[in-house]
Design a protein around this ligand. Structure first.
Ligand SMILES: [Zn+2]
Length: 258
């Protein structure tokens, strides 16, 4: 039985038997049986397998070796665990909120039922509509779950890349926006950042005197990172080799080293 069918049954009994505490508890039980539609943990684990176990991260981090990746595996695993924890708790919170609102609506409806069975019976024909109306907050849940899954997947990928970059000596990164992609609702200020290069403060290459600011900003100083805003699919392409660094950021020593 779906949760909506269970709610319909409870409403029907309320009309037939009159309001009672028991029916309220029945509804709580019905709502607790509601299961999320998306297995977000499974989704995030699949990303981890693709990016870490099958070394997909190496494609976006040219210059990092499989050995480097293996050496930071525990940090990457921690990030996966964090994303799973956040996703599960966000989805749980959404469900709690929707459950509370649904119970409130049910209570409101229950309290307004006429006292006499013959008068209540007139409402039997509207059970379907009443159930739908009471359960409205639950209808939003699959959408919320999907949003959490997309958002946390994006953040997982972005943070895995960030860990690799900072642990494996990235010099800087190019911001990439998907603004050219059809039907992608891009942010205007992210479009402006597309292909811009940002330095990582105090990278090994900077400490060795190969790179300088050259009018560019530090990645850490940006008020917002790619993929941080909801549904933002921007990402960094991290740079590990001097030949991918814009010329104005190279010192003489850096140019000689290429
Ligand atoms: Zn963006």
């Amino acid at each position: 039985m779906t949760y909506l069918q269970r709610i319909r049954k409870i409403i029907q009994r309320a009309i037939e038997e009159g309001p009672s505490e028991f029916l309220y508890l029945e509804l709580i039980a019905a709502l607790e049986a509601y299961e999320p539609f998306i297995n977000v943990q499974d989704r995030l684990e699949k990303i981890w397998i693709r990016e870490v176990e099958r070394e997909g991260l190496l494609k976006r981090n040219k210059g990092v070796t499989a050995f480097d990746l293996a050496s930071i595996r525990p940090q990457l695993r921690d990030e996966l665990e964090r994303r799973i924890m956040f996703s599960v708790s966000l989805i749980k919170q959404n469900k709690q909120k929707a459950t509370e609102t649904t119970l409130q609506r049910f209570n409101g409806w229950l309290s307004s039922l006429p006292a006499v069975p013959e008068v209540r019976e007139a409402q039997l024909s509207d059970i379907r509509e009443t159930a739908k109306d009471i359960a409205k907050p639950l209808k939003q849940l699959p959408y919320d779950e999907r949003r959490v899954a997309i958002d946390q997947s994006q953040k997982l990928i972005s943070n895995l890349n960030q860990i690799v970059a900072f642990d494996c000596g990235a010099i800087g990164a190019y911001w990439h926006s998907h603004w050219k992609e059809a039907n992608y609702d891009y942010r205007e200020d992210h479009k402006k950042l597309d292909q811009n290069f940002f330095l990582i403060r105090d990278s090994q290459a900077m400490r060795d005197g190969f790179v300088k600011k050259g009018g560019h900003e530090y990645l850490e100083d940006l008020p917002e990172q790619p993929g941080e805003a909801i549904f933002c699919r921007c990402y960094y392409e991290y740079v590990y080799r001097l030949n991918r660094v814009p010329e104005e950021c190279l010192t003489e020593k850096g140019k000689d080293a290429i």
